[in-house]
Structures are given as C-alpha cells and as structure tokens.
Design a protein around this ligand. Structure first.
Ligand SMILES: [Zn+2]
Length: 194
C-alpha cells in the first residue's frame, strides 16, 4: 500500500459522511474543489476532504523536489537531529561512547530515581515520557518525504533505501518503542551523514 493510500485510509474516515459536500469545520456547503477529494471552504477557509492528507504530502514533496540533494540531506539531518534530541530528553538518555552523535543509547528510567517520587509524580513522569517519545516519533516521520525525494533522484542514494523502509515501518507502529526508535533515528542519521 502506498503512502497516499495509507494516509487516505487513516484520515479519510475522520472526515465523516458527506465530507466532500459540507465543511467539517463550519458545516457550510460553499466549497471550492482544490483537487480530487480536496476542498477549501469558502466560508471559513478550512481545507480538508478525503484526499487532503495525500494531497498535502504531494504538495510538500513538489517543494522538496526544487532542492538540491545536499540541501535535502541537510534538511533530513535537521529533522532527525531534532527527533534525536527530543528522544534523549524524553527517555532520559545518556550519550553513548561515540562522537558521531548518531550512535546514542537511552537509559531506561531506573527504580532508584523513581523511588524518591510519589506515585502521582511517577505517573506524571511516565506520561511526559510517552508524550516525548511520541513527539520524537513524529519528528522522525517528518524525514520520510525528504528520503522519498532523495530516493527519486536515483543517483547514488541506494544506501538510504533501507532507512526509508524502516521509517515507513515506524509509521505503522504506534506507539514506538524508545530503543527501537533510537536505532532507526541513529541509523538513518548516520547514513545521511556518512
Ligand atoms: Zn467552513
């Protein structure tokens, strides 16, 4: 299943019945079609429809295609570095023994630290940790269209394909397991930087 079809399946249902006939935000039926299954509401300006997510992804990729391969790489590195920092902060990570920055390890919340806080505080910390890991996951997923465009260039980027596949697999896995997420981010980042 392609990314467009997948997004369509995920987001299509949330638009509700008759999503293309009336605005889901304000209920107005004065809609301008932007593309197949995509509309802009004349009343409130909301953009949506069954095809909206796939349409927006394609529009973003068209903008990415204007960039040089080195600019694309820089952008992907930036996205992954942001995800890495978010994950390290969320999961209480410690840097590994590598200078590269991409080979990082996470220290899983230890009992000694948690023994000093009450149950309510521990629950709050666990919630924050989950939210941080989820944020890191979505930041890493933002690199997917960039990897896809780099792969389209088809020039000297075959080494990125396994990492693109791992990112796509991550997209299907929610919530992400922190150490698996660390491995995907680290691998993709190292491949781009190498
Ligand atoms: Zn509207």
């Amino acid at each position: 299943m392609g990314i467009g079809a997948w997004l369509k399946r995920i987001f299509g249902g949330s638009e509700g019945e008759g999503g293309d006939d009336s605005c889901v935000a304000c209920g107005s039926s004065a809609l301008t079609a932007l593309a197949d299954g995509v509309y802009r509401c004349d009343e409130c300006g909301y953009e949506g429809g069954d095809g909206f997510a796939a349409w927006r992804t394609e529009r973003d990729k068209e903008a990415l295609r204007e960039l040089s391969p080195s600019a694309l790489r820089a952008r992907a590195v930036k996205a992954l570095e942001g995800a890495r920092l978010t994950l390290v902060a969320a999961a209480g990570g410690a840097e590994g023994g590598s200078d590269s920055g991409w080979k990082f390890t996470l220290s899983v919340g230890d009992g000694a630290a948690l023994a000093n806080v009450d149950a309510q505080e521990a629950a709050r910390m666990a919630r924050e940790r989950r939210a941080g890991v989820a944020k890191a996951r979505s930041e890493a997923l933002a690199a997917i269209p960039i990897f896809e465009v780099l792969a389209e260039e088809g020039q000297g980027e075959p080494g990125l394909l396994p990492h693109l596949q791992r990112l796509r697999d991550l997209e299907q896995t929610d919530p992400a397991e922190p150490s698996a997420l660390a491995s995907i981010i680290g691998g993709a980042g190292a491949a781009l930087s190498g």
